[in-house]
Design a protein around this ligand. Structure first.
Ligand code: GLA
Length: 733
C-alpha cells in the first residue's frame, strides 16, 4: 500500500503554491467519509469514522500524516495493491489518474446525496468516476466506480473493485462469515495481521454458502456487540466477489472489495461504461450491534423488496412431502396451514414435468397432470377458498440433461467447447447460459406466462441448486468468454428487474440449496432468502445469528420442521422449534397431518402469538445479547419496536451440560430506560408461571440487570425435556 501513500504535509505545501486542496465530506448524521481532492492528483481518502464538522482537522490528524488514494489504480509504483487494473489498446498496463473538474453533488429524496468525482487518465481516453451515495436515515454510504472507455478501441479491464478503504489500528479484528451447505453463516473472528487476507467466492451462480461478501472490522480490539469502533462493509452483488484486506507491519490496512477478477477479464468497448456493484459502508462507535441495525434499516428501507412490510406466515411443502405432490395433499396442507392461522401455502419442488426426484424435468415447466390433473388454477382456487395465498417453487436458471428443454436448446447451457458436459444435482443438472438474451427472455416469459395465467400466485420460491460447473458460454464470442461470470449476474438481475417491474406485488424468496443467495445484490428484487436447508432448530440459532450480522429478520425464512430433523436427525421439542422460528420470518416446513392434534394446536397458538410480535421482529431493531458461538451454554437476543413500545426477548439453552457454564441472565438492550414494561411469557409451557409473569419493570432495571431465566421447563415427570427456551413479550405500560 506504500505506493498509494503520499506525505500529506509535503502535498499540502506543494499544493499551497498552486491551488489549495479541497475537502469533500461525505456526511451522514453520525459518520463522515472525507476525501481530499485537487486537480493535480487522484483524490485521497483521509478519514472514515464518526461525523466530523471540519474536514481539515481530519486531514491534519490523518494516520502518520499521510494520504491514501481513494481508488488506487495499477500504475506507477506497481508493488502496491490496486482497485483497478486494465490494459490499454497499445498494451500499456498502467493508469495515472487525475481529477477532471469539481465533484458533482446530486440531491435525492430523503436528504440523500450522490457525490461523483470525475477522474481521467493523464494520457489515455479513460474516465473513472468515483461515486458516493449517502443514506442519512441509516448512516450508510454506498460507493462504486464507473469506468468509461472514451477511446476508439476496446480496452481490457483485469481488476475492477467497487471501492478501497484505508483504516489504521494496532489491534484491528475481522468478523466474517463462512460455512457450507447446511452449515451456513458461521461467525469467524480473527485478528488482522500483516499480509493479505482474502475472502472470496467463485461459485458462479450463488455466492453465500462458503463465505459472505459482508464483513465487519473492529478497530478497538476483540469485537464486541456494544462497544468499540466498527466498520461494516457489504458488497451489493450476487456473483463472484473478492474482498482483500492488505495490512502492513504498522497496523495500516486497506480493504478492497468488488467483483472477483479471476478469469473475468472484461473488454470495455468504445463509449461503454463498466459500473461496479456498490460497496455499502457503515460505521459505529458502539460495537457490532449498531452496525447490524444500520445495515438492517438500510436494507429494509432501500434494498429488500417490500422490506418495510411484514412477510406472511407460510407452510412450505418441501420437508413435508418432498416430490410427492398431488391435489388432495396440497389441498390438505392448505387447509391445515389456514387452520393454524397461516397466510400462505408454498408448493415446492415436484409439480412439473416428470419431477419425481431431483434428476429430471427442470426446464420442462408444464404442470405434471399425473399429480395435478386440474392444473395450477385449481390450486390457486383451492387456496382462495381456504383463505390462504398461494406460492410456487421454480428453479428457472437450470435444466437437466434428460429434459425436453435440453433436447430443444442444447446450446442454451453453460459449457466449454470440446469438453464433456459436467452434470450436477441428480447426476443430470445443468446451468443455463444467462449471458444469452434468449435465455433471459425464456426465463422472463416462463414467469410472465405463469403469473399472467395464474394471477393469484402471490409468492415465488426461486431456487438455484448448482454452481457453474463448466466455464463456457456458447453465446459469448471467443474474446468475451472471460466475461461469463459477470454477464451471468447481469442477465439474472435484468430478468428479475423485468419481473419486478411487471409484477411488483409478487413476493420472491431467493433460495439456492439453502443459503446460497443471502446477499444484497438480489434483495433489490427478492423479499427474503432461505437461510439454510438445515432446519434443525439448534443449528439454526447459529446460522440465523451469523446471518443477522448483516441481514434483518424480515429477510430470513425460518421454518418449524419435523423431528427427527431431516438433516441432523436431532429431536428438538416443538416449543424450542417454534421459539427459534419466531426469531425470523416464521413459517412451517412439515406435513401437518403427521403431527399430533396437540402439536398442531401448539403451532396454532404460537402463530397467534407471533402475529402480536411480528412487526417488532421483522421491522424492529435487533439486539444480540448472548452468542451461541461463545460457549456460554445459551443464546439470547431481542427485538425492540422503533418507538420502543414493545420488545421481544428470547433466551435459548444451547447446551444441557451441568458441568458447563450457563448464562441465565444478561442485561437487556434497546429499551426505553424511563418506560415501564409488562412481562408476558409467550409459548409458555411450564406448570407454574415465571415469577415475573404479568409483572412490570422499569426499562432501566431491565437494561441494568435483565431477568433471571428459569433454565428448565417446569413440566410433569415423564414430560420433562432436555431443552429450554423462553420468549418474553415486553409491553410498555
Ligand atoms: C433446494 C432448496 C430446498 C428445496 C429443494 C427442492 O435444496 O434449498 O428448500 O426447495 O431444493 O428440490
Amino acid at each position: 500500500m506504500k505506493r498509494n501513500t503520499i506525505i500529506l504535509g509535503a502535498l499540502l505545501s506543494a499544493a499551497a503554491a498552486t491551488a489549495a486542496p479541497e475537502y469533500v465530506n461525505i456526511a451522514t448524521p453520525n459518520t463522515s467519509l472525507i476525501l481530499m481532492t485537487d486537480s493535480a492528483a487522484a483524490p485521497a481518502l483521509l478519514y472514515y469514522g464518526p461525523a466530523v464538522a471540519d474536514p481539515v482537522q481530519a486531514a491534519l490528524a490523518a494516520p502518520e500524516n499521510r494520504r491514501t488514494d481513494a481508488y488506487p489504480v495499477f500504475g506507477n509504483y506497481p508493488e502496491g495493491e490496486s482497485a483497478l487494473s486494465l490494459t490499454m489498446p497499445d498494451g500499456n498496463m498502467t493508469l495515472v489518474l487525475e481529477q477532471k473538474g469539481s465533484p458533482r453533488v446530486t440531491s435525492e429524496a430523503g436528504g440523500a446525496t450522490v457525490t461523483s468525482i470525475p477522474l481521467v487518465d493523464r494520457h489515455y481516453p479513460v474516465e473513472v468516476t468515483l461515486n458516493y451515495r449517502t443514506f442519512p436515515g441509516e448512516d450508510v454510504i454506498e460507493t462504486w466506480a464507473d469506468i468509461t472507455n472514451r477511446g476508439k478501441k476496446p480496452l481490457t479491464l483485469t481488476r475492477f473493485d467497487s471501492a478501497a478503504l484505508p483504516f489504521a489500528s494496532a489491534d484491528a479484528w475481522l468478523t466474517s462469515l463462512y460455512g457450507s451447505w447446511a452449515n451456513e453463516a458461521r461467525v469467524n473472528t480473527e485478528r488482522i495481521t500483516p499480509g493479505m487476507k482474502v475472502i472470496q467466492n467463485k461459485d458462479g451462480a450463488r455466492n453465500s454458502h462458503t463465505s459472505h461478501g459482508e464483513i465487519m472490522i473492529s478497530l478497538d480490539g476483540r469485537p464486541s456487540e456494544r462497544s468499540g469502533r466498527v466498520i461494516g462493509a457489504a458488497l451489493v452483488y450476487s456473483g463472484n466477489y473478492r474482498l482483500r484486506i492488505n495490512s502492513d507491519d504498522r497496523g495500516n490496512s486497506q480493504l478492497f472489495a468488488g467483483i472477483n477478477p479471476d478469469e473475468s477479464a472484461y473488454r470495455l468497448m468504445p463509449a461503454e461504461t463498466f459500473t461496479t456493484p456498490a460497496l455499502a459502508l457503515t460505521f459505529s462507535d458502539s460495537g457490532m450491534g449498531e452496525v447490524s441495525r444500520r445495515f438492517h434499516r438500510w436494507g429494509r428501507n432501500h434494498h429488500i423488496a417490500h422490506g418495510t412490510e411484514v412477510n406472511p406466515i407460510l407452510l412450505n411443502s418441501w420437508e413435508g412431502v418432498y416430490f410427492n405432490i398431488d391435489e388432495p395433499t396440497m389441498a390438505g396442507m392448505m387447509q391445515d396451514i389456514a387452520d393454524m392461522g397461516g397466510e400462505l401455502f408454498v408448493m415446492d419442488d415436484g409439480w412439473f414435468g416428470r419431477r419425481d426426484s431431483d434428476n429430471s424435468s427442470l426446464g420442462d415447466w408444464e404442470v405434471d397432470r399425473r399429480k395435478l390433473p386440474h392444473g395450477l388454477k385449481w390450486l390457486t382456487d383451492e387456496a382462495r377458498k381456504k383463505g390462504v395465498r398461494f406460492g410456487i417453487w421454480i428453479e428457472p436458471e437450470m435444466t437437466n440433461s434428460n429434459s425436453e428443454f435440453y433436447k430443444k436448446h442444447p446450446d442454451w447451457i453453460l459449457r466449454a467447447p470440446n469438453r464433456d458436459i459436467v452434470e450436477g444435482r441428480g447426476g443430470t443438472q445443468l446451468v443455463l447460459d444467462l449471458a444469452n438474451p434468449k435465455v433471459q427472455d425464456f426465463i422472463f416469459n416462463l414467469v410472465d406466462t405463469m403469473l399472467t395465467n395464474n394471477p393469484e400466485i402471490a409468492y415465488i420460491k426461486w431456487d438455484a441448486n448448482a454452481p457453474v460447473m463448466q466455464y463456457g458460454s456458447p453465446y459469448l464470442p471467443a474474446d468475451r468468454q472471460s466475461e461469463l461470470s459477470i454477464r451471468y449476474h447481469r442477465g439474472l438481475t435484468d430478468v428479475l428487474r423485468r419481473i419486478r417491474a411487471k409484477y411488483p406485488d409478487v413476493a420472491i424468496q431467493a433460495c439456492a440449496s439453502g443459503g446460497g443467495r443471502a446477499n444484497y445484490g438480489l434483495l433489490d428484487y427478492t423479499d427474503e432468502f432461505w437461510v439454510s436447508d438445515n432446519t434443525d432448530a439448534l443449528q439454526r440459532l447459529g446460522a440465523q445469528w451469523g446471518t443477522s450480522l448483516f441481514f434483518p429478520a424480515v429477510a430470513m425464512g425460518s421454518h418449524i420442521s419435523a423431528v427427527p430433523n431431516h438433516t441432523t436427525y436431532r429431536v428438538v421439542p416443538l416449543k424450542f422449534r417454534c421459539d427459534v422460528a419466531m426469531t425470523g420470518r416464521l413459517g412451517m416446513e412439515i406435513q401437518p397431518r403427521d403431527m399430533s392434534a396437540e402439536d398442531r394446536d401448539f403451532c396454532r397458538k404460537a402463530i397467534a402469538e407471533y402475529k402480536k410480535i411480528r412487526p417488532t421482529v421483522q421491522l424492529g431493531d435487533l439486539y444480540r445479547l448472548v452468542s451461541p458461538f461463545d460457549g456460554k451454554g445459551a443464546c439470547s437476543l431481542m427485538y425492540v419496536a422503533p418507538d420502543k413500545s414493545q420488545a421481544v426477548y428470547y433466551w435459548f439453552r444451547t447446551n444441557n451440560d451441568y458441568s458447563a457454564p450457563l448464562a441465565t441472565r444478561t442485561p437487556m438492550d434497546g429499551l426505553d430506560p424511563d418506560a415501564t414494561y409488562k412481562v408476558t411469557e409467550l409459548n409458555a409451557i411450564d406448570l407454574t408461571p415465571l415469577p415475573y409473569e404479568g409483572k412490570t419493570f422499569s426499562g432501566k432495571f431491565l437494561l441494568d440487570n435483565g431477568l433471571e431465566m428459569r433454565s428448565n421447563h417446569d413440566l410433569p415427570w415423564g414430560k420433562k425435556v432436555d431443552y429450554c427456551s423462553r420468549v418474553l413479550l415486553l409491553e410498555k405500560q
